[in-house]
Design a binder for this molecule. Structure first.
Ligand code: NOJ
Length: 508
């Protein structure tokens, strides 16, 4: 009896001791944050004079497309709970917090002849509350909630989106730029363009396969460059911040170590993310060569009078090139790719998939998140960071603007803890090999409306009780682990929280 008690205590001591696999630490100026987006957390969907976004419109008119038929009308009610959100940032000891602006909360009809002062006040209050505690705001201008009125005028299919977006961006810089020094124009081009315009897995569900994405990508890149130049020319000289761009990258690897599978990976890369980043970060500018040629050739064979992916003019290429002060990357999962994995029989023609004909798979034994698309691939964040570093000028400053793991409702999240530890170890390894990584944002601060999955998938370090009108927030184990990593700057596998009571450390 006594011996087993001693062994038990010894076990506790052993698990409590530091288990740091590598002798590596994050530098003191490396910044840690968490991210959210307006529609996913705010609620207040019709507060004051706010206009409708494409997500308000879609969830109200087609609730059946959302897994649990829910919407973001109230969400985590951060519109009313923003002070509690900032308190949570202080509990975690964050250096930064990334959030997005709801365009229709600021410009109810999408255009700037009328600015909602109530909308501006909401964001001013949030920014000022964060700054009171020295937490730097990072604003994403566009995280998917386009004003519905602009969608009715074509949204990203209309090249005028560049004017509309620049106008909106200028209002944001004017009204918040005295205090906000980190800007992101667009969050995840592929998800905006492919999922929203080519396919039906995001609003506005246009379903224009093989055409919608490419037109959207072209218009989005021009809109991005307009907003960047506006900041660079007219605001940076007095405000002194930085402005970047964020895309999502999976850690795809070739199925076999063959030339053919390496080509499959390159085409997969071009279609998934380089189409959105080569125009900005490559030396030549413009869309990736192989993809452009493939789409042009297929378009001609399919009877289109011109390529479904319209090239940029030389002038446009120059205008877009270099328009990002950092490379913002969101990363979640990965898998193996090969031409041999493509399901040719069920290929939709035309479509972006059919254009490249590359298939993918993730092994059964990789840990599975609550989201069907998310599996934990070994070394995945490391792979992604190295790939960006190698594709572009080796010193491109990178910020991981999102990284995270979904569970179902509940407070237990050992698998999220394992995911974060593995990802952050990968980040340390990549930095050790010369990757210029400036900071890391966990997704997400708190549970939120996970788009088509509604509230059925949870990404929060804090659980939100969506049944409770107060939307009570409770830290999960991962919150304590992340806090410890931020504080100590090392990834310690042995660390176990001594209690599950969250407090604010001195100085926060
Ligand atoms: C990326 C998106 O930016 C974010 O809104 C979403 O919740 C996460 N991925 C998880 O799917």
């Amino acid at each position: 009896m006594k011996i087993s008690l001693i062994l038990f205590c010894l076990g506790l001591v052993l698990t409590d001791a530091a288990v740091i696999k590598q002798n590596k630490r994050f530098p003191d100026d490396f910044f840690f944050g968490t991210g959210t987006s307006a529609y996913q957390i705010e609620g207040g969907w019709d507060a004051d004079d706010k206009g409708d976004s494409i997500w308000d419109y879609m969830t109200h008119n087609m609730p059946e497309v959302i897994t649990d038929h829910s919407n973001g009308d109230i969400a985590a009610d951060s519109f009313n709970n923003y002070k509690r959100d900032v308190e949570m940032m202080r509990e975690l000891g964050l250096d930064m917090y990334r959030f997005s602006l709801s365009w229709p909360r600021i410009l109810p009809t999408g255009v700037p002849n009328y600015v909602s002062e109530a909308g501006i006040t909401y964001y001013n209050n949030l920014i000022d509350e964060m700054l009171k505690y020295n937490i730097q705001p990072m604003i994403t201008l566009y995280h998917w909630d386009l004003p519905q009125k602009l969608q009715e005028m074509g949204g990203f299919m209309n090249p005028l989106i560049a004017d509309w977006f620049e106008d909106f961006a200028r209002i944001a810089y004017e009204r918040f730029g005295d205090r906000v020094k980190y800007w992101i124009t667009f969050n995840e081009g592929y998800q905006i363009c492919y999922e929203g315009y080519d396919y039906v897995s995001k609003a506005p569900r246009l379903n224009a396969t093989g055409v919608g994405e490419y037109l959207c990508a072209r218009n989005l890149l021009l809109a991005h460059a307009r907003a960047y130049h506006a900041y660079n020319n007219d605001f940076r000289p007095t405000q002194g911040g930085i402005c970047g761009y964020t895309i999502s990258i999976s850690s795809a690897q070739p199925l076999n170590d063959t030339e053919e599978d390496r080509l499959a990976l390159e085409l997969h890369t071009q279609a998934e993310w380089a189409i959105y980043t080569d125009p900005i970060f490559s030396k030549e500018g413009g869309f990736p060569k192989e993809l452009s040629e493939l789409v042009a050739e297929k378009s001609a064979n399919q009877g289109f009078p011109r390529s479904r992916l319209p090239a940029f003019s030389e002038e446009e290429k120059e205008f877009i090139k270099g328009t990002s002060d950092f490379f913002g990357v969101n990363h979640y999962g990965g898998g193996y790719v090969s031409f041999s994995l493509y399901d040719l029989e069920n290929s939709v023609v035309p479509s972006t998939q059919d254009d490249i004909q590359v298939g993918s798979y993730a092994p059964e034994d990789w840990p599975q998140a609550a989201s069907f698309w998310l599996k934990r691939m070994p070394r995945s964040l490391y792979i992604v960071l190295k790939r960006i570093h190698e594709r572009y000028d080796g010193n491109v400053p990178i910020i991981v603007t999102e990284n995270g793991w979904s569970t179902h409702a509940g407070i237990e999240d050992e698998d999220r803890v394992a995911y974060y530890r593995a990802a952050l170890e990968g980040a340390l390894d990549a930095m050790d090999e010369g990757v210029n990584l400036l900071g890391y944002f966990a997704w997400s601060l708190l549970d939120n409306f996970e788009w088509m999955a509604g509230y059925s998938e949870r990404f929060g370090l804090y659980e939100v009780d969506f049944e409770d009108p107060a939307r009570t927030r409770t830290p999960r184990k991962s919150a304590f682990i992340y806090k410890q990593i931020i504080k100590t700057r090392v990834v310690d596998h042995g660390y176990e929280p001594h209690s599950y009571v969250m407090t604010i450390d001195e100085g926060h």
